[in-house]
Write a protein that binds this ligand. Sequence first.
Ligand SMILES: [Zn+2]
Ligand SMILES: [Zn+2]
Length: 177
Amino acid sequence: MRCFNHPDREAVASCQACGRGLCRECAAKHRPCLCEECYQDNVNDAAAMKRLAKKAALVDTNSEMLKTSIIGLVCAVAFTLVMAKTLGGYDTFGAGDYFGMALFFFCVPFGWNGISYLESLMPSKGGSILIIPLYILIFWYLIKGFISLVIGIPLFLFQVIRWLVNITKAANEKNKI
Ligand SMILES: [Zn+2]
Ligand SMILES: [Zn+2]
């Protein structure tokens, strides 16, 4: 096989996405081994995915607020019941404890979205999204779930403020017209 870019050179590797032959010089350009075209596609995809991720992570419209609140309620009920059961049975806790636990768990999906938002602000290395091994992804999701628990409440407030700012802005724009 010959190099796609240099027909006079023998290929030493092939593009991992499209299989084109690449000479030593071309193969050394990108990690993972990709031809220029696939590398650019990959970078564009990564950028597009990032924009989508950022948009999806923001709880700044009424429908997103509603959706996240519903997931929050489900988390609150499910986690609170499991936790109360594990920590000594349902009779051990009073109404105030249940309320506290439910409030805490309610914030988890807001925390998750808040972290996704922060993630989407980090600079992207081209193509890295496609080559993350599954076990690292699962590991990261576990950590992310844990961070969501720990800083769910501040991130809930952060999302609520963003939501309020955004709907106020939208209302002002409507008034101008
Ligand atoms: Zn290629
Ligand atoms: Zn070449």
